[in-house]
Design a protein around this ligand. Structure first.
Ligand SMILES: [Fe+2]
Length: 494
C-alpha cells in the first residue's frame, strides 16, 4: 500500500429510498472532509455499484422497496465478504438487530439518530477495517478478538437503541435483557431471578425459552429450586459462573449465571441454559452477556435513583399539602378531587402518558402556595376584602417559587403558576389569554373551578352538580378553553 492510497478519502456508499435521509448522511460525510460519499436509492443499484466501484463501507436502510437492507447485506457478503455494512432502521426490534448482526452487519442503528453518532461509528469501523486489511498478518485469534469486539459493540448499541426507543422503565430493561441474551448466545432458556438479600431468597421474575426448547411443565419456582446451588455460588463468589458441559443439574447441560448488581449489591441473577449436549456456552458467550448485564444494571440504577429521588420529593411536597390541611381541611380533599377531575378530562382528550404524569403532580400540588397565606385570610368564613383577595392571588406564584429549586418539577411548576389564568386574559398572575396559557393549566383550571363550585364551604353550600356543569359550559370562551370545556362536558354530562 503506498502513501497516496493511505491518504485517499475513504469511499462510502449510502443506500436509502428516502432522499432526505440520504442527503443528510452524504452531506455530513462529505463535510467531514475525510470521506467520499456516494448514494443510491435501492439495493439492486447498490450491488451494481459495488461490482464496479471500490468501496470501504456501506450504510443501508433496512426497509426499502424491492431489496431489503438485510437482503442487500447477504448479497454484499457474497461479493465483498469483508466490506463493513451498517444497517439503519426506523423500526428496531431484537429479531431484526440480532439477524443483522448474525448475518454480518457491523452495526445496527435506529432512526432517528444523531449524525455525530453515525460519523463516530463510521470512523470506528473503518479503523477496524484497516486492521482487517493489514490482516492476513493478524493471527487468527486476533481476528477473532476483533470480531468479538464488534459483535459486543453491536449488541450494546442495539440494547441502548431499543431502550431509548421504547423507554427505559425497569420492566422493559428486564425483558430486553432476557430476550437479547437468549438470542445472542442461542441458548434454550434465559431466566431472570430477583434476589432479596434481607430474607436471602430468590424470586423468579422472567423465564423465556427459545422456540423448540423443552423443559415444559416446569414452573419458575421449580427451575429456581433446581438452579439454586449455582445461584448460591454466584452470590458467594460475586462473580459470573460458566459451566460449559455436564452439569450436576438434571435440568441442563450447560449453564451461565451472571449477577446483576447495583452499587456493589447483588439484586438478581441472569441465567442462560442449554438443555441438550448439542450446544454449550463458551467464554465469548459469557463476555457478550456480561456486557449486556453491565449496561442493563446501569439503566436500572438510573431508573431507581430517579424513582427514589422523585418519590422523596413528592413525599415532602405532599406532606406540605397535608400541613395546609391541618389548617384548612378543604385544601387536601380539594387537591385529590381536582387531580381526579383533571385526569378524567385529560384521558378524554387522549393526553400523552408524560402529560398525564405532569398533570397528576401539578394537580396534587396546585394550591401548595396557600401555605404562605395567613390563617385569617385563608380560613376566613365569608367574603374577602379586595386586599385579602390580592393576597390569595399570590398563591400560584408562591407555589411556583416553592418548586423552583427542584429541576425535576420544571414542567409542573409552570402549570401551577398559570392555573388561575382565564381564556379571555382576565386571570392571574400574568393575564395570559387563549393558547398562551399552558395547555395543562387550562385543564387544571376547569377541574379546579368545578370542584370549588361543588364543594361545601363553612360559609356557603356547594352548587348542585348539574348547575355547576352549566356554569362551566357558560364560561367556555370567557374563563375556559372551549375545547377543554367540550371534553369536560363529554365526561361529566354522561
Ligand atoms: Fe388555586
Amino acid at each position: 500500500m503506498n502513501h497516496n492510497e493511505i491518504d485517499e478519502p475513504k469511499k462510502i456508499l449510502v443506500v436509502d429510498d428516502d432522499q432526505s435521509v440520504r442527503s443528510l448522511i452524504v452531506d455530513a460525510l462529505e463535510l467531514s472532509g475525510t470521506y467520499n460519499a456516494r448514494e443510491v436509492d435501492n439495493g439492486v443499484s447498490a450491488i451494481d455499484f459495488l461490482r464496479d466501484q471500490p468501496c470501504d463501507l456501506v450504510i443501508s436502510d433496512h426497509r426499502m422497496p424491492g431489496m431489503s437492507g438485510l437482503d442487500l447485506l447477504n448479497n454484499i457478503k457474497d461479493i465483498k465478504p469483508f466490506l463493513p455494512v451498517i444497517i439503519m432502521t426506523a423500526y428496531p426490534s431484537i429479531d431484526l438487530s440480532v439477524t443483522a448482526m448474525k448475518d454480518g452487519a457491523v452495526d445496527f442503528i435506529s432512526k432517528p439518530f444523531k449524525i455525530d453518532d453515525l460519523l463516530f461509528k463510521v470512523d470506528l469501523y473503518l479503523k477496524e477495517q484497516t486492521f482487517h486489511d493489514g490482516k492476513r498478518e493478524l493471527a487468527a485469534n486476533d481476528t477473532q478478538r476483533l470480531d468479538k469486539k464488534i459483535r459486543t459493540l453491536s449488541a450494546i448499541s442495539c440494547f441502548d437503541d431499543i431502550i431509548d426507543k421504547y423507554g427505559g422503565g425497569n420492566e422493559n430493561v428486564f425483558h430486553e435483557l432476557v430476550s437479547l441474551s437468549l438470542k445472542i448466545t442461542s441458548g434454550d432458556y434465559s431466566i431472570l431471578t430477583l434476589f432479596d438479600e434481607a430474607d436471602n431468597t430468590f424470586y423468579p421474575k422472567i423465564v423465556k425459552m427459545a422456540p423448540g426448547s423443552h423443559l415444559s411443565g416446569l414452573t419458575g419456582d421449580a427451575i429456581i429450586e433446581s438452579l439454586e446451588p449455582f445461584f448460591r455460588d454466584v452470590i458467594d463468589s460475586r462473580n459470573p459462573l460458566l459451566i460449559p458441559t455436564s452439569t450436576s443439574s438434571t435440568l441442563c447441560e450447560s449453564i451461565m449465571c451472571l449477577p446483576l448488581m447495583i452499587r456493589g449489591k447483588i439484586f438478581g441473577i441472569l441465567s442462560l441454559l442449554h438443555t441438550t449436549q448439542k450446544n454449550v456456552f463458551n467464554q465469548n458467550d459469557l463476555t457478550y452477556v456480561r456486557n449486556l448485564v453491565k449496561r442493563a444494571s446501569l439503566n436500572i440504577e438510573n431508573a431507581l435513583l430517579y424513582e427514589s429521588l422523585f418519590a422523596s420529593i413528592m413525599d415532602t411536597f405532599t406532606s406540605l399539602v397535608h400541613s395546609i390541611h391541618v389548617r384548612d381541611q378543604y385544601t387536601e380533599r380539594h387537591s385529590l378531587s381536582v387531580r381526579n377531575f383533571a385526569l378524567r378530562i385529560a384521558t378524554e382528550i387522549q393526553c400523552s402518558d408524560s402529560d398525564m404524569e405532569s398533570l397528576k403532580v401539578a394537580a396534587t400540588l396546585h394550591d401548595i402556595g396557600k401555605i404562605a397565606i395567613p390563617d385569617n385570610i385563608l380560613l376566613k368564613p365569608g367574603r374577602l376584602t379586595d386586599e385579602e383577595y390580592e393576597i390569595i392571588k399570590t398563591h400560584p406564584v408562591i407555589g411556583e417559587d416553592i418548586l423552583k429549586s427542584i429541576s425535576l418539577l420544571d414542567t409542573e411548576r409552570i402549570i401551577i403558576r398559570h392555573h388561575h389564568e382565564r381564556w379571555d386574559g382576565g386571570g392571574y398572575p400574568d393575564g395570559l389569554s387563549g393558547t398562551d396559557i399552558p395547555f395543562l393549566s387550562r385543564i387544571l383550571a376547569v377541574a379546579d373551578t368545578f370542584d370549588a363550585m361543588t364543594s361545601d364551604r363553612p360559609y356557603r353550600k356547594g352548587l348542585p352538580i348539574p348547575q355547576a356543569i352549566s356554569e362551566i359550559q357558560d364560561n367556555a370562551h370567557r374563563q375556559f378553553d372551549p375545547a377543554i370545556v367540550e371534553a369536560f362536558l363529554s365526561v361529566f354530562s354522561r
